[in-house]
Write a protein of this length. Structure first.
Length: 384
């Protein structure tokens, strides 16, 4: 079904997806729209950046496959994924998680015409899946987390797609739920697909998913991402991992699109992942929690507003703006040169369910969060 482009109250900004909203915010000093990491480097990370000339020389001299394997092992292990398959065999390196998603979608459509997709989630996932001709069947987040999928649903699709932690809700698929979902997918020969791009923010998402998936015997694909964790100016890797029995032409389609990724970026990821394992991840969790607290404190007494995802640990937070329309609040914020993200398009099957919420990015400097919280408070009180 075609959707009418969203237009702000001022009527001058037609946008058709969340990324276009994010693009409008890129040059603003108060960009709280996209979920990419834009905070300052830590001292340890600054030291890594200072070694870029040495890393460039190393990348030019060493075999790319060796660097790729080291980066993959360091990143996956730092996030608790010790049972991951090896790079170059069943882990394909991509420029971004969106490219990994495109490769997955083009592979999946060779074997099925339908996929069950978590609802809500970031809209580039349904857009990419629809773009290759797949029919999307919405599965509510509560159903995935609280109950078995029905045999009728599983018989009607070739894959089930879950974002965990979910964007924007932050909800994590727990180990027992993943085990049961994988068992169901194995029983029905359905490909279980996970997007774990926000895994690094929540320790509850860092149990060994690959151990669970491999034990189930199901066909599986996992999309991993480094781009949300570290402020590396969009230097990132998206990884596409898959089971030996996936039965999809992932490697072939990967080779149709790219030869490989930069070994320099792989070395950068390896070094940042090593820092994460040595305490950087704990520091990141503390940083995001402190920014979340600042934002919530600034808005705590604003009437007719509340934060939707009470227990979320990911680097975004959703604010319900009560009777106001999120798009109208977005327009008012824009006059302050402040950008957040209206949430209609996360609800890709029923956009009206996001009419009254905004998603606010937290991977920013504490000063930016404080200033944005004050501006948001002023706008909401004026409109209250």
């Amino acid at each position: 079904m075609l959707q009418t482009p969203a237009v702000s109250r001022s009527g001058d900004v037609p946008v058709e997806n969340l990324t276009q909203f994010e693009y409008l915010a890129l040059n603003s000093p108060l960009n709280l729209a996209d979920g990419h990491a834009r905070q300052e480097l830590t001292p340890a990370q600054s030291k890594v950046i200072g070694e870029l000339p040495d890393m460039f020389a190393e990348a030019a001299e060493r075999p790319v496959a060796e660097i790729e394997r080291e980066a993959c092992d360091m990143f996956f292990t730092a996030l608790g994924q010790r049972s991951h398959p090896s790079a170059g065999d069943r882990v394909l390196s991509c420029y971004s998680s969106s490219l990994a998603m495109e490769i997955y979608a083009r592979s999946l459509v060779t074997g099925t015409d339908a996929i069950a997709l978590i609802h809500p989630t970031f809209d580039n996932i349904p857009d990419i899946l629809r773009g290759v001709g797949l029919r999307l069947v919405p599965v509510e987040e509560e159903q995935i987390h609280d109950a078995d999928l029905t045999p009728e649903l599983l018989a009607s699709v070739g894959a089930v797609f879950v974002t965990t932690p979910n964007n924007p809700t932050g909800r994590v698929l727990g180990e027992e739920r993943l085990r049961r979902l994988a068992e169901q997918c194995a029983e029905h020969d359905v490909v279980l697909t996970l997007d774990t791009s926000f895994r690094g923010f929540d320790p509850d998402a860092q149990y060994d998913h690959y151990e669970v998936l491999e034990a189930s015997g199901c066909r599986w694909v996992v999309i991993e991402d480094t781009g949300k964790l570290w402020p590396t100016l969009e230097l990132k890797i998206g990884w596409l991992a898959f089971s030996a029995n996936a039965g999809l032409p992932l490697a072939k389609i990967h080779s149709d699109i790219l030869l490989g990724v930069s070994p320099l970026i792989l070395l950068l990821v390896r070094r940042f992942a090593a820092d994460a394992a040595e305490g950087g991840l704990t520091d990141l969790h503390r940083f995001i929690a402190e920014n979340r607290a600042v934002l919530r404190t600034r808005l705590a007494d604003v009437p007719d507003t509340w934060f939707v995802d009470e227990h979320s640990r990911v680097s975004v937070d959703r604010l319900h703006v009560g009777s106001r329309l999120g798009l109208d609040v977005w327009s008012a914020l824009r006059s302050h040169n402040l950008y957040a993200l209206p949430c209609q398009k996360f609800h890709w099957a029923r956009p009206s369910e996001g009419d009254h919420t905004l998603r606010i990015a937290l991977s920013r400097s504490p000063l930016s969060i404080a200033r944005a919280g004050q501006a948001l408070r002023s706008v909401l009180l004026e409109d209250g």
